[in-house]
Design a protein around this ligand. Structure first.
Ligand SMILES: NC(=O)c1ccc[n+]([C@@H]2O[C@H](COP(=O)([O-])OP(=O)(O)OC[C@H]3O[C@@H](n4cnc5c(N)ncnc54)[C@H](OP(=O)(O)O)[C@@H]3O)[C@@H](O)[C@H]2O)c1
Length: 293
């Protein structure tokens, strides 16, 4: 089966961004519990430098990774940025000094987060920002989204996306403005629901289908965790057939599932990063995809 090699974020806008279909998620660069400095700082910087060196041009981050640790590492490793590099961040959450994950989605919070991302990443505008919906929030969704579009009009954000959304929220947002992308959990063994901060999020497949129907790029997270380490499943069978690793076949499956998918596998290890990137070269057959289901 042929898969497209690139994906365009913000199609039908004045500033579309075309990137390769395998990006990198920076969350694993931080210390334990997504907090503090990496265990091996030199490796983290080397890994980030390897991303652009091998042609990866899409990085996912957030100011609440660390806090600010992932963003600082990105700037240290890669600034001044290559012209084609797209850095995508998220707002809607913050961290407490006790490493807790907090709701941070009031319009003034979103503005503070954007300013913080701009400063740490040393950018004048962020090309893509996902509004991450936090479970249990009492801020009306429309209020947060209106603030996102306001920040876009001001030029601080180029494209607005959504993260951790339900099908209903995606529909509401589409009625308010252009949604460039969606970042939700999705993976080979994770297509219905997942649990985050103690709450179950459902409708993963429905959101994926809504993205496909609306031609919106879908950026799945937790796409590897659902089938690692080396669980005996159909992925292992195909991995053996191609002399590939389960992680690579997981990613290849996503790339073949639909051309609108842009995986962002996360890793703290340079060796895993190099392994994951090679997944983009694997061609699965129609029969392989049918077997995997
Ligand atoms: N929008 C959101 O709410 C949200 C939530 C979570 C994450 N994200 C983003 O999505 C990205 C991906 O999610 P994720 O990092 O949590 O999960 P993931 O990509 O599903 O998996 C990462 C885990 O897989 C391991 N791994 C990676 N490559 C491997 C390989 N080749 N072989 C064996 N193990 C491997 C990593 O360990 P090692 O470090 O040992 O390689 C890590 O434990 C994050 O980095 C972050 O940027 C977004």
């Amino acid at each position: 089966m042929n898969t497209t090699k690139t994906i365009t974020i913000g199609r039908n806008t004045a500033n579309p961004l075309t990137v390769k279909r395998l990006g990198y998620g920076t969350m694993r660069l931080t210390g334990e519990q997504v907090w503090g400095e990496p265990a091996n700082r030199a490796e983290a910087l080397e890994l980030l430098q390897a991303t652009t060196a091998v042609g990866v041009d899409f990085l996912d981050t957030a100011d609440y990774y660390g806090e600010d640790v992932a963003n600082r590492l990105i700037a240290e490793a890669l600034y001044p940025y290559q012209d084609n590099l797209v850095i995508c961040t998220k707002v809607g959450a913050s961290r407490g000094a006790d490493k807790s994950w907090n709701i941070y989605d009031r319009p003034e919070n979103l503005r503070t987060s954007i300013e913080r991302n701009l400063k740490t990443l040393k950018m004048k505008q962020i090309q893509l920002v996902h509004f991450r919906v936090m479970p249990g929030t009492d801020t009306p969704f429309e209020e947060s989204m209106a603030a996102m579009f306001e920040l876009q009009r001001e030029g601080k954000i180029l494209h607005v996306g959504l993260s951790n959304v339900t099908p209903d929220e995606l529909n509401k947002a589409l009625g308010m403005g252009k949604i460039a992308s969606v970042e939700n959990a999705f993976g080979y063994e994770q297509r219905t629901s997942f649990t985050v901060h103690g709450q179950e999020v459902r409708g993963l497949q429905e959101v994926m289908e809504a993205c496909i129907t609306n031609g919106i790029p879908m950026i799945p997270f937790f796409s590897l965790q659902s089938s690692l380490p080396n669980k005996e499943n159909k992925i292992s069978v195909i991995a053996e057939k191609y002399g590939a690793t389960p992680a690579q076949i997981n990613l290849a499956w996503l790339l073949h599932y639909n051309d609108l998918i842009l995986p962002i596998p996360g890793t703290s290890k340079l060796s895993h990063f190099r392994e994951n990137v090679k997944a983009a070269e694997i061609q699965l057959s129609k029969e392989d995809m049918e077997f995997l289901g």
